[in-house]
Every structure is written in C-alpha cells, then in structure tokens.
Design a protein around this ligand. Structure first.
Ligand code: ZN
Length: 452
C-alpha cells in the first residue's frame, strides 16, 4: 500500500456539506483514498509533504471539452464569427485529424487541465474522419491513462450531413449503424463502472443540427442499457433554436423530451437559451448543465441563467469547452469568468466565489454521477490540488482562501496536483509526461493540419 501524508495544511477547503475550511489539519492518503483528516497524524508513510504554506482544494471537475481543438485554436479567420460559421470553417480542418493528433491533443489538454487544478475531465469527441481508423478515439483513453487524469471519455457522433439538412460535411459524418456499433465497442472496452473508476464512457451525439432523430433515441437506449451517462450540446445559440423550430417544429428542450433525453443520467453543454419553466423542469428531473462561460462569451452565444439554475437546484457543472472556442483549458480562469459574468448581468448577490467553486466540484460530481470525487472528506478519492499561498498574486489577500483562488492573480499554474492518490503535478510541472515533447508534437501536427 502506498501512503502520503500532507502535514499541517494552512487551509483545507473541503467543500463538504457544511463547506468547512480546516486550519492546520493534516491529510493521510492511503492508495487512492483520503483515509484520515485530523490535526495530528503520526504514522509511518512513504512520503511527507509540508502543507504549512499551502491552501488545499478538491480537484476541479471539467464537464465538457473537445481536446482535439487544442490543435486548431486561435485561428485568425474565425476569431470574429458566431458558432455556425465558426463550425463550417473548422470542420474541413478537423477532417485531417489522425490517431497521432488525437493522442497528442489529449496529452496537451490534460496537461493544461492538471496544471490548473483539474483532476477529472470529460472529453466530447465527435469527429471521425472517413480516412482514419474507426477506433481513433482509443488514443484518448491511452493518453489520459498515461498522464494520470481521471477521464470520462465521451463517444460523440455526427450522423446528419450537409446534404441531409445538417451542418457538417460528409467526410466527418458516420452512419447510425457505424456509430451505435462503435459506441457499444467503446463502452465494452473502456467503461469501468466501479467506484473510484479512472475511466468511464459517456455517449454523446453532437447536437440537434448534426445528428439524426433516430440516433438520439437509439443512443440513449444503448447508454441506459449499460448504465452510462449521456451528454450533448443544447440551447447554445439562437441559430440552434431557430433550426429546431424549423426542422422539428419545437424548442430544443421539447425535442430532448421527444427523444427521451431527460433525466439525471443526462447533462447538456451550455443550456443558455432555456426559459425559467424549462429550467424548473430540468431541476425536477435532475437533468444537468455544463456551464462554459469563456466559450459562451467568446462566441457571443449568450449567458446561461446560472444563478437561477443554482437557486432552483438544476445540477450545474463548470467546463472550459473546446479549445477553439476558449483557447485555453484553465479551470481556475473559468471560475473567474463565471463569477464576473454573472455578477455583471444578474447583480452583486447573484453568485459568490464559493458558489463558483461548488459548480467546479460538487456540480461536476452530480453531472458525472461519480459521488467519490469533488470534496475533501475521509473515504473520498484522493483528488486534490495545492497552491503555495506565498506568491505575488495572493500577497495582501490571504483572508479568504476560496476567493483568493477564484479572484486573485496567478491563475495559470498550481504547485501540486494529486489524482487517485498519485502526484501528477509537482512544483508546478507535469511529472508523468515530457511537456516539451508534447509542445513540439502539437505544433508540428497543428501546422500540418492547417497547411494541408
Ligand atoms: Zn462543445
């Protein structure tokens, strides 16, 4: 059994049900679990870390991402267009994805996430180019395991191409039969349903404008037969709402009801253009939202009614979204963006720093249905990160350890990240992979995709 003692931590932000913040406590980690939290722990361990200069937080949970987009971020031509035009420009570039591109983009995105305190990530992968092997998504599971992040791999799909009235071009669209067969293969190969699982599978047809109605129905049937979660983009833009009215004769959430995509095993990315009544229905049914404030602001998609969702108990997690609509995978920055955006729109008492941290931890845990993550408590998974409080960005602002994280400077890199009891970031550096090699390969692959 491996053991690690983090001694005399200045403040432990637990995010337990009483939102306790513990001063001067120690944490004993045995194997992959937090086995004890107490003032004095005196026991033989493999390693001791002095926590006296650190704030310690539960690992953040990123509930929506597209790792492959790290290779196509910051493209000049699409910096000033909204979602539909942005997608139409990028689909042909994404059709050049290879297994190697998937592998390195996963390492890249997960590296950024781990270095900003994220210990569990969902990736929504939905581009399967005809020219590439069918099992291209397997590279994500390989890379996630190597870098050591807790991974919910979401088998996405597109079945409605341009010629059938959808948005994506033919070369990245698969048949329903191909999609369902591979979804089943991915679940059977990678889904681990045990508690403390490091690897789960989610089924995720991409969006109303890129997926056929029958696939939506069949996908959720398949997911429910295996007990896996389902996820899709919904109510992201007004264009999508108009598309749903025109094609299906109903609003996006009504369409979800029609295809049986309502329930506590479902969460939608974005959830912006929803009425109060629709949100109340989502709360009643436990249907969740992945809130992506940076992406929503960058693409000018709109503002989700997050304070209303929180007040009415809609399960809301936080997410960075794909790197082409955010340009970074920084969960701490995402918390700050959420905090500022809702304060500006809904008022000073609409959201607190702790509400935002709650979304990034407890909210994510609900979306992903993984109760052992998201808080620092005895018996929970040893997923956490630590920030040295003696840094320029915190100086003069140590009175509130949560607000220090969400609002003050130096949001780029944490000092130490632990996932499932393993140290994966130490002294601000990734320890399981060669960061320079990832940067080199990502730039080479990106240039090749852009210049083909
Ligand atoms: Zn997305």
């Amino acid at each position: 059994m491996s053991s690690l003692l983090i001694k005399d931590v200045d403040v432990i932000v637990t995010m337990d049900k009483n939102r306790n913040r513990l001063k001067g406590y120690s944490i004993l980690i045995e194997d992959n679990k937090i086995s004890k939290i107490a003032c004095d722990i005196d026991t033989e361990v493999d390693e001791i870390i002095d926590g006296s200069n650190y704030f310690l937080y539960p690992g953040l949970i990123n509930t929506h991402h597209h790792f492959y987009q790290t290779l196509t971020r910051n493209i000049r031509e699409v910096q000033n267009v909204e979602l539909f035009d942005w997608l139409k420009f990028l689909y042909p570039i994404w059709s050049r994805l290879t297994p190697k591109a998937i592998y390195y983009s996963t390492l890249l995105a997960c590296g950024e996430l781990l270095k900003t305190g994220c210990t569990t990530a969902v990736d929504h992968f939905y581009v399967f180019p005809h020219s590439q092997p069918d099992n291209i998504i397997d590279e994500q599971f390989r890379a996630a395991q190597e870098i050591g992040i807790r991974f919910h791999g979401s088998r996405g799909s597109m079945s409605l191409s341009e010629k059938d009235g959808g948005l994506p071009p033919d070369e990245v669209v698969q048949t329903e039969k191909e999609i369902l067969a591979d979804s089943q293969r991915v679940i059977e190969k990678f889904h681990d349903s045990e508690p403390f699982s490091m690897q789960k599978v989610v089924l995720s047809p991409c969006s109303p404008f890129s997926v056929t109605e029958n696939l939506m129905k069949e996908s959720i049937k398949l997911a429910r037969s295996y007990g896996v979660q389902s996820h899709t983009h919904l109510a992201e833009t007004k264009d999508e709402e108009e598309f749903c009215q025109k094609i299906f004769g109903m609003r996006p959430l009504e369409y979800m009801e029609k295809v049986n995509w309502i329930g506590d095993d479902v969460w939608y990315a974005h959830g912006i253009h929803l009425t109060d009544k629709e949100l109340e229905y989502m709360a009643e049914t436990g249907t969740g939202v992945a809130h992506c404030p940076v992406s929503n602001q960058k693409l000018a998609s709109g503002a989700a009614k997050v304070p209303y969702m929180l007040e009415n108990d809609v399960p809301v997690g936080l997410a960075v979204d794909g790197s082409a609509s955010n340009d970074s995978s920084n969960m701490i920055l995402e918390m700050k963006a959420a905090f500022l955006m809702h304060r500006l729109i809904y008022g000073i008492d609409s959201i607190s720093a702790e509400d935002v941290l709650e979304m990034a931890t407890i909210g994510g845990r609900k979306n992903l249905n993984q109760p052992e993550i998201g808080s620092i408590e005895e018996g929970k998974a040893a997923d956490m990160f630590m920030v040295n409080k003696n840094r320029l960005g915190f100086a003069g602002g140590l009175s509130d350890s949560v607000s220090a994280l969400v609002n003050t400077g130096d949001t780029q890199v944490v000092d130490l990240t632990i996932v499932n009891g393993e140290i994966v970031v130490r002294d601000g550096e990734l320890v399981t992979v060669d960061e320079r090699e990832i940067i080199k390969q990502a730039n080479l692959i990106s240039q090749k995709m852009m210049n083909s």
